[in-house]
Design a protein around this ligand. Structure first.
Ligand code: MN
Ligand code: MN
Length: 461
């Protein structure tokens, strides 16, 4: 055996996915990228993603989960969890006692939420006070176009949806930063302190109402909001309004190989889960898609992955077949679909290149996340990793191995640990991202496409 034969027999060879992309795959990939971009433009919050998925599920014949319902192979069932998270399933030919194949992603992203008492005026400028949500580099959120999304529950009991800053004719909003000319002191601060949390105040206006008295600019802003949305200041106390980057998902790079948008983490995996399930043929094992909320702050709360809402949904499915939920979980598998960090040659010192995901090498499989000695990780077993390896290889899906950064450099977590806590075999996997948690994140079309194919293969395993 010569050395080339020996090498190809014994050693791993990874190649850029474009080297083996067929013309037909490229066409499918471009079509998928367009549909994904449209989803991103429609959904910037967990509420919007949940509403979008609900509409799509209904249009594709899914029926709401109802306690006591009969559950038969081929049935398509969904649960909208209070407008904030979404679960849907296609029932398999095997009974649920044989387990389900689950893909779990999250649809919340880092952003700035309005405080409960947000509106104020200072130096005749009106502002909203915010509290950031999730991990952000606060300085990245100044001087960029921002929009407001959310809902307000009004005094009269009605709820109004608010979106400002996305339509071309809308105004945008901005958080200011200090001019460089006067930044001698600021430039000496660490990046964590350059912009403080209490400086993330969103500029709303500068024109006073005509007349005498205090807060004339604030009053004018409230007048405008009242005219458009019928709200009064007190209504902010029963509202969920959030400030996100304004603008659409765009192709990035002269070759258009990347997509740039706010919130690829983790709607890029969410969409990869949604699309194949909507049209999935009846699988062997029940296929379940989870769109979770609150991942960015620890998967807490009634709409986070630690919530019993998942047991409620799966319980309805199991009851419908006379199956014990614990038996279903014992035999289930979960792909915890969340993004990884793509290798960035501008910051090579932060990663172990041999164990880092790279753009255009396909979906990243992550044996463990966590930090400082795998703390907080759901460390997948050899057998669980083999299961994913086999399913993806058999389906011709390109995949790579990922760990999140150098040992002791930092780390991260996903919903994986909470699925594994339920006695469900779980493996992390997802799309590699550049500039994760920045107002604009980048992903490659190729990796998005492979992740969708991977979710489909897991559902059908
Ligand atoms: Mn994530
Ligand atoms: Mn994240």
């Amino acid at each position: 055996m010569n050395i080339d034969e020996l090498r190809s027999k014994l050693l791993v060879e990874q190649k850029n996915g474009y080297q083996s992309l067929t013309a037909q795959q490229r066409e499918e990939m471009e079509g998928y990228a367009k549909r994904y971009a449209a989803f991103m433009d429609a959904c910037k919050t967990e509420r919007e993603a949940t509403a979008w998925a609900t509409e799509q599920a209904i249009a594709h014949g899914f029926k709401p989960a109802v306690p006591g319902m009969e559950v038969k192979p081929g049935d398509k069932i969904y649960l909208n969890n209070r407008g904030k998270s979404f679960l849907f399933a296609v029932i398999g030919t095997e009974p649920l006692s044989q387990g389900a194949n689950i893909c779990a992603a999250h649809v919340d992203s880092p952003r700035m939420d309005l405080k409960p008492n947000p509106l104020y005026e200072d130096a005749e400028i009106a502002f909203f006070k915010t509290h950031y949500y999730g991990g952000i580099k606060k300085y990245q959120w100044t001087c960029v176009p921002l929009a407001i999304h959310g809902v307000v529950c009004r005094k009269d009991g009605s709820t109004v949806t608010v979106t400002i800053g996305e339509d071309e004719s809308d105004p945008i909003l901005v958080v200011s930063d200090l001019l460089i000319h006067l930044s001698a002191d600021q430039m000496q601060k660490t990046a964590a302190q350059v912009i403080a949390g209490e400086q993330l105040n969103v500029i709303l206006g500068t024109e006073p109402v005509t007349g005498e008295g205090a807060d004339l600019v604030k009053l004018n802003v409230m007048r405008l909001l009242n005219e458009k949305y019928g709200i009064i200041e007190e209504d902010f106390r029963s509202a969920e309004l959030t400030v996100v980057p304004a603008g659409r998902c765009r192709e990035v790079g002269l070759d258009r190989s990347l997509l740039g948008a706010y919130g690829h983490d983790d709607r890029v995996c969410a969409y990869a889960e949604i699309e194949p399930l909507l049209t999935l043929p009846t699988p062997k094992h029940t296929a379940v898609c989870i769109l979770a909320d609150k991942e960015e702050i620890g998967s807490v709360g009634i709409s986070g992955m630690q919530s019993q809402a998942f047991e409620y949904f799966m319980g309805i499915l199991c009851d419908g077949q006379g199956v014990k939920l614990s038996h279903c979980f014992q035999n289930s598998f979960c792909l915890s679909a969340d993004v990884s960090n793509a290798f960035d040659p501008n910051f090579p010192e932060t990663c172990d290149r041999r164990n880092n995901s790279q753009l255009n090498y396909g979906i990243s499989i992550c044996k463990y996340t966590g930090s400082r000695g795998k703390g907080g990780a759901s460390d997948a077993s050899a057998e669980a990793m083999y299961h994913v390896r086999k399913v993806l290889d058999d389906a011709g899906v390109r995949w790579q191995i990922a760990t999140l950064g150098k040992v002791d450099q930092g780390g991260g977590g996903t919903v994986a640990a909470y699925m594994a806590n339920r006695n469900i075999v779980t493996v992390d996997a997802g799309v590699p991202v550049l500039c994760m948690h920045a107002p604009m994140e980048l992903v490659s079309k190729y990796d998005c496409y492979m992740t969708m194919l991977a979710c489909r293969a897991i559902y059908l395993a």
